[in-house]
Design a binder for this molecule. Structure first.
Ligand code: FE2
Ligand code: FE2
Length: 545
């Protein structure tokens, strides 16, 4: 378009262009519409905002030639171009906008609300709108009458002068039929692109905020009331809702990783509705180890394991589950007739909430000593599982850590104990940094090289060939088909949020090598090496994939 910027009113951020040389159709238009305004304006995200704004433009004889609003990108910003009949109309529009206090800059402190938690209330149409002043205003008023909130709109005269794409959210799914009926009877031509009852994936629904998409996905896993509970939790804390918004802001920069993070976050949310009467744990076959030790393993509702060694009148745990399960875990242990005050030590493989979440509760109530790698201290203090990393996933990791920890009521011990950090030897590709005794079993503490999270350790007993691998070498096969299908989430634990993907894979291979080596040795005593993963049942090397 041949335009020349002749005036800019800085305080209103409105660019005004004047048509200076035109031919044909545009020459004809130039006679009665020689100004083109381009500006962005910040509207309230609620039904009627668009109607009020477009009516104001129509009242000043402005004709909208471009209009873009996408609530998923910004819930208040509208970019608009308006053609006007000369300076007089322009002045009256600017005065009217000033009088109505329209904001040309973002209004500070306006909370970004999560309003849509189901796609059932959404309608997207392509509608024919005659290209003349007031058309959009009239259509917007019709939407207002039906309390439809516009969540996306694109009208571009240069692409298609006669139609607009509009997505909107109504209050009840039943309203969609009423609205379409009204649009029809008012004489508008339209085509439905998406309606809530359709099967379109939410990824394809435009205008939804990423945070809303999260809650919609949550509804597929959780009941309505459980989804509401998670939403209420988020809304109860400004910090938490900011974290969720920030998480999704970062997610946009790292789509692939964000997908994995989001699925694990969704899984963590599931823990909230798996407590009390809905809690269930799968007990693995108890394993006698010599005369003094029996090893118990429990898989909690969201797939993570806790291992308990019963020995010498004491209980020693490896990993501790999400904090939200604390009361249920205590009940589970009481059912085994265990005296909980005998839980003297918990060895934590790493400071992720699904492995360490109850450790602080045990420490507070029973004085249990919690042992971890010293780098776990930084992860906990920084509330960031990628502490010390500055890569592109570090911010995503940070918000993810905070969200998961809060969603699952994680409590770390106020005073942890730390493994030694001097190199005492090696086990395969890993340094042995400490040795601990559980009954008469000696475990070497192997230091991960940081592929999953800083301060990750593995525990190795060479005598029986036992290797505790945390989030490495998971036994996905042991999870029920039903679980895997219903949730379609567990598979993501295979590649659970890793600070360093390539290193993680190298470590996986190194652990496999180590198990093979150990297995060859214990075979001589007629045993098989056993892998004790952080998720799924323990398994012998032969079953490893
Ligand atoms: Fe982990
Ligand atoms: Fe885990």
């Amino acid at each position: 378009m041949n335009k020349k910027n002749v005036n800019k009113t800085p305080e209103l951020s409105v660019k005004v262009y004047k048509q200076v040389s035109l031919t044909g159709e545009r020459m004809r238009r130039a006679a009665d519409a020689n100004l083109l305004l381009k500006f962005r304006v910040f509207l309230r995200d609620r039904p009627g905002s668009l109607a009020a704004f477009s009516s104001l433009i129509a009242d000043c004889c402005g004709n909208i030639s471009f209009f873009h609003y996408d609530r998923s990108v910004d819930s208040s910003r509208v970019v608009v171009e308006v053609r006007m009949n000369g300076q007089h109309d322009l002045d009256s529009l600017l005065m009217a906008m000033k009088a109505k206090k329209y904001a040309f800059e973002r209004v500070a402190g306006v909370k970004d609300e999560v309003e849509i938690t189901t796609p059932a209330n959404i309608l997207e149409i392509k509608v024919r709108l005659v290209n003349r002043p007031g058309t959009l205003a009239a259509f917007a008023r019709l939407l207002k009458k039906h309390h439809a909130n516009v969540i996306y709109m694109l009208y571009d005269e240069d692409i298609d002068a006669e139609s607009a794409n509009i997505a909107m959210a109504v209050k009840e799914p039943g309203e969609i039929d009423n609205l379409l009926h009204a649009i029809n009877s008012e004489g508008y031509y339209y085509r439905v692109i998406y309606r809530g009852s359709g099967k379109a994936e939410i990824e394809h629904i435009i205008g939804l905020k990423l945070v809303e998409k999260f809650f919609i996905r949550l509804r597929k896993l959780l009941s309505d009331s459980d989804t509401k509970e998670v939403k209420a939790l988020v809304e109860s804390s400004q910090e938490l809702s900011d974290d969720l918004v920030q998480f999704y802001a970062e997610a946009g920069n790292n789509l692939e990783a964000a997908d994995v993070f989001e699925k694990v976050l969704t899984l963590a949310s599931l823990s909230r509705s798996s407590v009390g009467r809905r809690f269930s744990a799968v007990e693995m076959p108890p394993l006698p180890l010599g005369k003094r030790v029996t090893l118990f393993g429990f898989r909690l509702p969201t797939s993570e394991n806790i291992y308990v060694f019963q020995h010498d009148g004491e209980l020693t745990m490896i990993d501790a589950g999400y904090g939200i399960y604390y009361d249920d875990i205590k009940k589970l242990f009481k059912g085994k007739k265990w005296d909980l005050s005998r839980i003297k030590r918990i060895f934590i493989t790493h400071a992720d909430a699904d492995h360490a979440g109850t450790s602080g509760y045990f420490a507070d109530e029973f004085g249990t000593q919690v042992f971890m790698h010293h780098a776990g201290k930084d992860v906990i203090a920084g509330d960031n599982r990628s502490f010390g990393h500055t890569g592109k996933l570090s911010k995503l990791n940070k918000y993810y850590t905070r969200l998961v920890n809060r969603f699952t009521n994680c409590r770390f011990p106020r005073k942890a104990r730390y493994f030694r950090s001097s190199v005492l030897g090696s086990a395969g590709a890993f340094n042995v940094i400490d040795r601990v005794l559980i009954g008469d079993l000696q475990f070497e503490v192997l230091e991960s090289r940081g592929g999953h999270v800083p301060g990750n350790v593995f525990f190795l007993n060479r005598e029986y060939g036992l290797l505790f691998t945390a989030d490495y070498l998971l036994n996905i096969k042991s999870l029920t088909e039903e679980d895997r299908n219903a949730l379609n989430v567990y598979k993501y634990l295979l590649i659970s949020p890793n600070s360093n993907g390539p290193l993680f894979k190298e470590e996986m291979a190194a652990l496999q090598e180590l198990v093979k080596e150990i297995d060859a040795k214990v075979k001589k005593q007629g045993r098989s090496a056993l892998i004790f993963p952080g998720h799924g049942e323990y398994y012998p090397l032969e079953q490893a994939r």
